[in-house]
Design a protein around this ligand. Sequence first.
Ligand SMILES: [Ca+2]
Ligand SMILES: [Ca+2]
Length: 199
Amino acid sequence: MKNKGIILCFAAGVCALVLSCQPLENNVNKNTLKNYYMGFEKEEDITGIVSYNRDGGYNSQLGMETDWIIKNDFRAHSGERVIGSVYNDDSVANDDWLVLPLMRLSENSTLSFFAAPQYIDRSEEIFDIIISGEENPVDESGESILHVEFPQDTDSWEEFTIDLGAYGNQDVYIAFHCTSVDQYCLRIDDITVTDISEM
Ligand SMILES: [Ca+2]
Ligand SMILES: [Ca+2]
């Protein structure tokens, strides 16, 4: 769990930043709800999002250990940029986690996002949505609330919406856990969590 930080690659190998995790405080004003949104565009503040590359695999095409990376040439759903978990050489299964900032949900909260395989001929991407309490979900403290296995022969964006009302008034981490084996890239864009408390 030492690989804290998110690597941003707006052009592979050109620009890389590492941001530290900033846990949110529990100073909650319950009367003010807002939506969390992340489209991975340059103007958005990604502080608090943390990625973990637990498989330690390597991608020779990108020339780096594979992690969640922000790309501007992977056919984003919105804008120009999208985040993706890319494949490893030698068919090592992915074990990549993208953890959103800690947020306090309400009984009306929902999670929605778009996901798609990058290439139609390597489309069998697999991921789970993991939700946990204040413990880091990477520590296997969470539970899967969605399991997705894309079929063969698709690269279409699919929208997912999950009711999070069962976690109302709880502080939780929400994580995307990619476990694909030797595909190409699982793309995620336009993540929205509705009706969270002001922090
Ligand atoms: Ca985008
Ligand atoms: Ca990886």
